[in-house]
Design a protein around this ligand. Structure first.
Ligand code: S3P
Length: 178
């Protein structure tokens, strides 16, 4: 772990439907940390839903907002952050997260992701004629970025509670001010 890092937060990254929100809330409760979700930060800053931003302003505008909230996170302490699925694709976002957080990637296969998201409608990137192919393609394109996380946790055969325990265990091993 480079000494310039100050690991005081936990950032959960990974594809949509890998459990970042549920696991993040559990981890925050157990550690008595604050919980922040980058999508919620963008929604409260703009007063618009993520889908509205995508459709009215386009994905590049959303990515710019995402980068802004990512910069704000560097000032936080004792916070569990759930990052939008595409956030770590921008190298400056991943670099920023790593200055203050243990970056944990939650992983699942395209089939498992589809099972978890197929009845949800709020994610604009899945409003696609072939959402299963979209998941496979996006996940393949993002894999090299996700794999830059400090810890990669497969969520397929673990309960949310078990995943949360693993996250906490890793944080206790690697954080500053244990
Ligand atoms: C996105 C994931 C979403 C949200 C937006 C774009 C992505 O967040 O940021 O719809 O690019 O994968 P979740 O991963 O929390 O669903």
């Amino acid at each position: 772990m480079p000494s310039s890092r100050r690991i005081v937060n936990i950032a959960l990254i990974g594809f949509m439907g890998t459990g970042k929100t549920s696991v993040g809330r559990l981890v925050a409760d157990q550690l008595r940390f604050n919980y922040l979700d980058t999508d919620e930060m963008i929604q409260s800053a703009t007063g618009k839903t993520i889908a509205e931003i995508f459709f009215a302003n386009g994905e590049p505008a959303f990515r710019a907002l995402e980068e802004n909230v990512c910069q704000e996170l560097a000032a936080k302490n004792q916070t569990v952050i759930s990052a939008g699925g595409g956030l770590p694709v921008a190298p400056q976002n991943m670099a920023s997260l790593k200055t203050h957080a243990l970056v944990v990637c939650l992983w699942a296969s395209p089939a498992k992701i589809w099972e978890r998201v197929k009845n949800q409608t709020h994610r604009p990137l899945l409003h696609d004629p072939d959402p299963q192919k979209k998941i496979r393609d996006l996940l393949a394109a993002r894999e090299p970025f996700y794999k830059q996380a400090d810890i990669l946790l497969n969520t397929e055969s673990r309960s949310l509670r078990e995943v949360a325990q693993q996250v906490i265990h890793q944080f206790r091993l690697q954080s500053d001010g244990r």
